[in-house]
Write a protein that binds this ligand. Structure first.
Ligand SMILES: Nc1ncnc2c1ncn2[C@@H]1O[C@H](COP(=O)(O)OP(=O)(O)OP(=O)(O)O)[C@@H](O)[C@H]1O
Ligand SMILES: [Mg+2]
Length: 396
């Protein structure tokens, strides 16, 4: 698994802190020290998985092994020698591990895996990485502050005496990467992920919305630590333009959602909400303070657009040079989704052209050219601009 440089820094710092903490407790509080040594070993293993250089990987693996043996010797000091009996000797690691884990009251990984497999809403951590998100550096920084750090370092928040927030709200025009970021945050944390749309939860079965919300959070409590992404939160609000009033079903669903958001404070359930406009979210949800961090995900600027093009072109065949100045100039107001679609359609046009010209041997097929891209760009209505115009229209 690839981790962003920020997360690697956090993990490196965390492993140092855990190890130091473990050494401080060694001897006096062997059980606690063992748990801390074992946690530090876990983090070294995670770092080993994330690193490319064989030497560095080996170094992390060695450290993990030596910390595990420290953990075992602490447990032995605590009178929890797992190799006292024949049965234990055959599986000393597992017993040591379970003793350590019970100290920390941790959920067994196997149980979580079984729970995810049986889950209605949850899936394994997504494969989308923060590196797959083009631009948005400042916004991703805020995701680090609002979600990633609190979940990797809850003890720091506790030490200072502030709650870690469980909820962030992403808002902005369609297609700018809100769903993408939610998946990437779950990937970064390595947490199971549930992505639901409030509109679908509410409409799938009329008046079953509240029950759906309840089932979703019951599953989250079982599977935590986890990420719950609730898209289209605006669908729960009263229509701005004098459309249909909220139904009883919608009101019940909002009440349920507020109760669940209250109940998970301090848990390891991280909720990410999304909407196009903050003002369109039902006032009760907005005021509840449960989404205390609101992060605007806007239209990409010039540098961000280039970054997004490069991400989407990365696995494509490209022929000749691209005139970036022209591409950037013509894509003002394009969302990330527009750019993804331009690249896809340019690729399809290139393939179709190649077939028309009788070039069908995969090694001879030419790639996407600058002209292919520009043709699609010129045909496309920039999504963000169009959306902004619609907003102005519906407000006026
Ligand atoms: N910043 C970005 N970097 C790379 N790709 C992007 C970016 N933003 C959007 N995309 C592309 O557009 C697709 C749609 O984006 P996404 O679903 O995240 O948008 P959204 O903000 O959730 O939109 P909506 O408000 O309509 O739900 C992504 O799967 C991705 O291919
Ligand atoms: Mg979305």
């Amino acid at each position: 698994m690839t981790l962003s440089p920020e997360s690697l820094d956090i993990l490196e710092q965390r492993v140092e802190d855990l190890t130091e903490d473990a050494r401080n407790h060694a001897g006096d509080e062997p059980k606690k020290a063992a748990a801390l040594f074992s946690k530090a070993a876990d983090v070294h293993e995670r770092l080993a998985e994330a690193k490319d250089s064989p030497v560095v990987v080996q170094a992390h693996e060695n450290k993990a092994e030596s910390l595990r043996s420290n953990a075992q010797s602490q447990l032995r000091d605590a009178g929890l020698n797992p190799s006292n009996s024949m049965r234990d000797e055959s599986r000393p690691e597992t017993d040591v591990q379970s003793e350590v884990e019970s100290t920390f009251d941790e959920v067994e990984t196997d149980d979580t895996q079984a729970a995810i497999e049986a889950a209605e809403f949850f899936e394994n951590p997504p494969s989308t990485e923060l590196e797959d998100v083009g631009g948005l550096d400042a916004e991703i920084g805020r995701i680090h502050d609002g979600i990633i750090k609190p979940h990797l370092y809850p003890e720091v928040f506790n030490a200072i005496g502030v709650d870690m927030s469980n909820g962030v709200l992403l808002y902005g025009p369609p297609g700018t990467g809100k769903s993408l970021i939610a998946r990437a945050a779950a990937n970064e944390l390595g947490y199971p992920y549930a992505g639901v749309s409030a509109a679908e939860l509410g409409s799938e079965y009329v008046n079953k919305g509240a029950q759906n919300v309840q089932r979703l959070f019951a599953e989250a409590k079982q599977i935590q630590p986890c990420v719950v992404f609730v898209d289209e939160l605006d669908s729960l609000a009263r229509s701005r333009s004098g459309g249909p009033e909220q139904t009883d079903g919608t009101r019940q669903m909002i009440t349920q959602l507020l109760q669940e958001l209250d109940a998970i404070q301090g848990s390891e359930i991280c909720v990410i909400g999304a909407t196009n406009l903050v003002e369109d979210i039902d006032g009760a949800i907005r005021r509840s303070g449960r989404f205390d961090r609101k992060i605007h995900i806007g239209a990409p600027d010039a540098d961000d657009r280039r970054d997004i093009f490069q991400i989407h072109l990365e696995d494509k065949r490209v022929s000749g040079d691209l005139d970036w100045n022209e591409i950037i100039e013509w894509t003002e107001g394009f969302s990330g989704a527009d750019i993804a679609s331009v690249v896809r359609q340019a690729g399809q046009a290139a393939a179709s052209e190649s077939i028309d010209e009788g070039v069908v041997s995969p090694s001879d097929v030419p790639g996407i050219t600058h002209e292919h891209l520009m043709e699609q760009i010129k045909e496309k209505e920039p999504g963000v601009k169009e959306w902004e115009e619609e907003q102005n229209h519906s407000l006026s």
